[in-house]
Design a protein around this ligand. Structure first.
Ligand code: ATP
Ligand code: MG
Length: 645
């Protein structure tokens, strides 16, 4: 496939970047060969401690039992807020942009400090103690960030549940992590639509007898029902407490949060992250990957309900004293120009979003982008799924006007921070490749027998040594952590993804290991075939899976979403089959193409291929865990039109 077009670093960017190629190489080598010295020095630079560590790294990686910065004491909220007050009390910490373009609000570090202290005092008053779990089910409003930081301040463990989840999904998560308090809002507003958050919480809590406290932010004027003694209005409660609250002294390895994975490959896992290692990885990756400079306006468009929002809206940027934008809305409301309008309005310099949003916007043409200036932008990022080279080129040429490097960051809820990614202004780019490992990350590719592949090749992606923001456990089920990540290849962390490494040592994520398709002995990654399909001018998005085939073992089943206004036809189907054969080879040719107006996605926007696999194989009576499916009607539609018959 013709995917190895290289975009060398532009010399103008290189002249401003924090480090150069030799600097990356030097730091990377030290981080791998002498991790204790490297991370000790970085921790001193990036974090403030109440008490130093006795040992940088200890424990046994192969048993999912590691400890970073043993005996050190610190507080994550203090690092993200208080530490900045002497120099930047008046600097904007958060820019809130509401769903309605008329609503926005700057919040300084001083404001942030007072708001967080008040909420922390409310939590304490309501009986929340260090180590308790608190469920946060919120719209994207500043109070969501206050809630996370207030928990961190008093040593409570937050478990943020994305505000789009159903009562059942909230209930499962509350019970799984035994949360006894909830912070929510009466309603949320997204894309002009109202979301009944408090009603959803009430329904969930009907089956959560341990929850004794619900704090409700008043986002709209709607009345909601209150349970006496359990529920309080946020605004009433914060008025009655002090605006100062000392930050709890936490151990480096005390839990900071629990966060459930997206559920793309199965039942979501409650990933537990701890304080020092997580915060350090979030901060250092935010700085070097995004080439963050003082004065940048940083916008990560994720929701705080996902790890991307945790690390790159809240903890990374705030730990670095940055200005971070919090967006309540969606990319297409009031119209498809919204992202770019927000960038102009707040003079955003760094923008970080997901391929799913880019593909959707790309299918609507260039006009909504070109109606805006985007001159403030200097850097773009992508995360969540492989970005198809076609979408990459569009992002680069149309959105960034060939001025902004794109950092395609590969990582997972479990890794806490970006693991494989270019450093902006340092790494030469190849569209579709996450490029090179970040500091402290030593990836390898393993063949089917678990042998390390050297040089260029394709295999299962593992990480061979600990990094600070490594998952510590699956909450309440350490065995699941060991079984899922540390058992398939003893001694390594198994990512569940497969990847290709090219002659330059660049990594290309080609999909989930479970999704690899074996056609007549050729192992095909989903991303490769999907990217070939998306390259066709009439295709907006594609998802491929394997299905049983008598002769070939497996054959390729492709679900294809066409560009707006394109007619479905058999002729087009044939054209697409030939197109894939031309791009990759005849062996990769789809046997079946089903036109799909929509694809099943998780609520974080990832394609759920395991459901597509079931539909292809006609095993639709047992679709597995569908609790994180965004729109069940998409699945019904696909089943009804299976094979396009
Ligand atoms: P679950 O683990 O419950 O199945 P999930 O893996 O989708 O859900 P996340 O932790 O949100 O949950 O997603 C991590 C996964 O997303 C990675 O394992 C990878 O497959 C994919 N991913 C993230 N970023 C990228 C990227 N830049 N390129 C390719 N794939 C990516
Ligand atoms: Mg996963």
């Amino acid at each position: 496939m013709s995917q190895s077009h290289v975009y060398p670093v532009n010399p103008e960017q290189a002249s401003h970047s924090l480090i150069d190629k030799a600097g990356y190489q030097r730091m990377y080598e030290q981080s791998i060969n002498d991790p204790e010295t490297f991370w000790g020095e970085q921790a001193e630079q990036f974090l403030g401690f109440f008490q130093p560590w006795s040992k940088v790294l200890s424990g046994d990686f192969s048993k999912a039992d590691v400890s970073w910065f043993k005996d050190a004491k610190l507080n994550a909220c203090w690092n993200c807020v208080d530490r900045h007050l002497p120099q930047r009390a008046d600097q904007t910490a958060l820019i809130w942009e509401g769903d309605d373009p008329a609503d926005s609000l700057p919040i300084t570090y001083r404001d942030l400090h007072l708001a967080v202290c008040r909420l922390a005092n409310v939590l304490k008053q309501r009986g929340v103690k260090k180590g308790d779990r608190v469920c946060i089910y919120m719209p994207m409003i500043p109070e969501a960030v206050y809630a996370m930081l207030a928990c961190a301040r008093i040593g409570a463990i937050h478990s943020v549940v994305f505000g789009g989840f159903s009562p059942d999904a909230i209930k499962d998560r509350i019970l799984d992590s035994d949360c006894q308090s909830v912070i929510t809002a009466n309603q949320g507003i997204r894309g002009g639509k109202v979301i009944a958050l408090k009603d959803n919480v009430d329904k969930a809590l009907a089956n959560c007898p341990n929850v004794h406290s619900v704090i409700v932010v008043k986002r709209t004027n709607a009345e909601v029902s209150f349970k006496q003694g359990r529920d309080v209005w946020y605004h009433d409660a914060i008025d009655q407490v002090d605006d100062q609250c000392a930050a709890e002294v936490m151990d480096a390895e005390d839990p900071l949060f629990i966060l459930y994975t997206s559920g793309s490959t199965g039942k979501p896992k409650g990933v537990l992250h701890t304080t020092a290692g997580y915060l350090l990885s979030a901060a250092i990756s935010h700085k070097y990957i995004f080439d963050y400079h003082e004065g940048d306006v940083f916008w990560c468009s994720a929701d705080v309900g996902w790890v991307t929002g945790h690390s790159y809206i809240v903890y990374g940027p705030l730990c670095n004293g940055a200005t971070s934008l919090v967006f309540e809305g969606v990319p297409t409301y009031p119209d498809a120009s919204r992202f770019w309008q927000v960038i102009d309005k707040h003079q955003v310099t760094i923008f970080y979003t997901a391929p799913t949003a880019l593909r959707a916007l790309m299918s609507m043409g260039n006009e909504p982008v070109q109606a805006t200036s985007r001159q403030s932008l200097r850097l773009l990022g992508s995360v969540g799924e492989p970005i198809n080279p076609e979408a990459w080129e569009w992002y680069y040429n149309v959105v960034g006007e060939q001025r902004c490097p794109i950092v395609d960051t590969w990582w997972q809820t479990e890794t806490g921070a970006s693991m494989i990614s270019p450093l902006a202004g340092v790494t030469d780019l190849k569209p579709g490749s996450a490029t090179l490992p970040f500091f402290g990350v030593k990836p390898e590719l393993l063949d089917a027998d678990g042998n390390i592949i050297t040089g260029a090749g394709k295999g299962n992606l593992v990480i061979t040594q600990s990094w600070p923001s490594q998952i510590r456990t699956v909450f309440g089920d350490h065995q699941r952590c060991v079984d899922t990540y540390f058992t398939a290849y003893p001694g390594y962390y198994f990512t569940g993804d497969s990847a290709r490494r090219d002659e330059d040592g660049y990594y290309w994520i080609i999909g989930r290991v479970d999704d690899v398709i074996n056609v007549s002995g050729h192992r095909l990654g989903t991303a490769e075939i999907e990217s070939a399909l998306v390259l066709h001018p009439k295709v907006a998005e594609a998802a491929v899976v394997g299905f049983p085939h008598d002769i070939k073992g497996q054959a390729v089943y492709a679900y294809v979403t066409l560009m707006l206004g394109v007619e479905e036809s058999d002729a087009l189907r044939k054209e697409l089959v030939a197109f894939v054969a031309g791009e990759i080879g005849a062996f990769a040719r789809p046997d079946i193409i089903q036109f799909a107006p929509g694809l099943p996605k998780t609520r974080s926007g990832k394609i759920m291929r395991r459901i597509l696999r079931k539909i292809a194989a006609n095993e639709t009576d047992n679709l597995g865990d569908t609790s994180t499916l965004a729109d069940p009607s998409v699945v019904e539609q696909l089943i009804a039109n299976r094979h396009n018959r």
